[in-house]
Design a protein around this ligand. Sequence first.
Ligand code: NAD
Ligand code: DAU
Length: 332
Amino acid sequence: MERLLVTGGAGFIGSNFVHHLMEHTDLRVTVLDKLTYAASKESLEGLPEDRVQLVVGDIAEAEVVDPLVAEHDAVVHYAAESHNDNSLHDPSPFIKTNILGTFTILEAVRKHEKRLHHVSTDEVYGDLELDDPKRFTEDTPYNPSSPYSASKAGSDHLVRAWVRSFGVQATVSNCSNNYGPWQHIEKFIPRQITNVIDGIRPKLYGSGENVRDWIHADDHSSAVLTILEKGRIGETYLIGADGEKNNLEVVQLILTLMGQPADAFDHVTDRAGHDLRYAIESGKLRQELGWSPQFQDFESGLADTIEWYQAHEDWWRPHKDAVEATYAEKGQ
Ligand code: NAD
Ligand code: DAU
């Protein structure tokens, strides 16, 4: 494998993966990205120009996707509309990009007989009770709650069907909540960090008892590379780092790390259909493929992330007022 096509490589996790590839492989990479509001070209700055190329285009357009797939050895597919709250406001781009876009990629890899890794989310499994001793595994039935997670579930089903019916050489991964640099400030952790920087009280949906299973984006990248290199075709691998925390704990930790009283936050209107708890059992990936996460200490990873947002105000500042105005309209 020499040339990789990475869709959505100008987004939060896709750009992290491109950096990871530069550090750990000799691969040459083409990023295919529509550069939506969620993308940032800055996240790809400083990478070697002879190894990374950006093509601006839509994964739902076959005339863009087909020739690019033809000239690469494999595709790693990150591109998606990714924010649950946005999917509740307007589901249509989620259907177009996440379902039609994945269909378009699948038809191209089928035609050109190329390897595909499809990046998905633990949200396809729905949610767990707080006291459920079981966590999500590769055998958990799909039960998505939001237009976003339903569209990702649809895309996963398409990949599995193309493997079975057409012999497409694909793997799938479903990862838990990522944190780290370059995450859009509409998302929970960067929103609260930038709120505190701006003297705005963090906003907790509902009671804050909802649990997310946090993993550093670098660990997600190393897991995806491991699956690309060693994963068994047709298999699904769950990616997680045993990082369960409820939202209240995370907000309190951000406040404390930023020198504020731990109770200096507001409860706001809850998200419609808000999933209660996600939790990943990633034994298959660890035992079969020998992967393990490097960021075991959430508090220190979060402290680094806070420092990154403090140092990169020029990147997020232009978007902050608009993001907060959109949330304010919804009482959030
Ligand atoms: P993101 O929103 O930060 O980035 C998405 C990228 O895809 C952006 O660069 C955007 O411009 C691009 N894109 C969107 N529509 C496109 C289109 N039609 N054609 C080409 N490019 C398009 O998302 P993220 O958080 O980096 O998530 C990346 C992937 O990882 C998604 O598939 C998401 O479902 C999955 N995932 C995310 C998380 C998480 O915690 N953020 C966890 C598990 C899985
Ligand atoms: O589990 C993986 C998923 O994690 C990915 O598939 C999604 O792309 C990614 O966005 C993320 O989804 P969540 O909905 O869990 O992430 P978000 O950052 O939007 O919210 C995290 C939790 O924090 C969730 O319980 C809602 C809550 N929240 C969010 C915001 C923006 C708040 O309490 N206040 C907020 O202001």
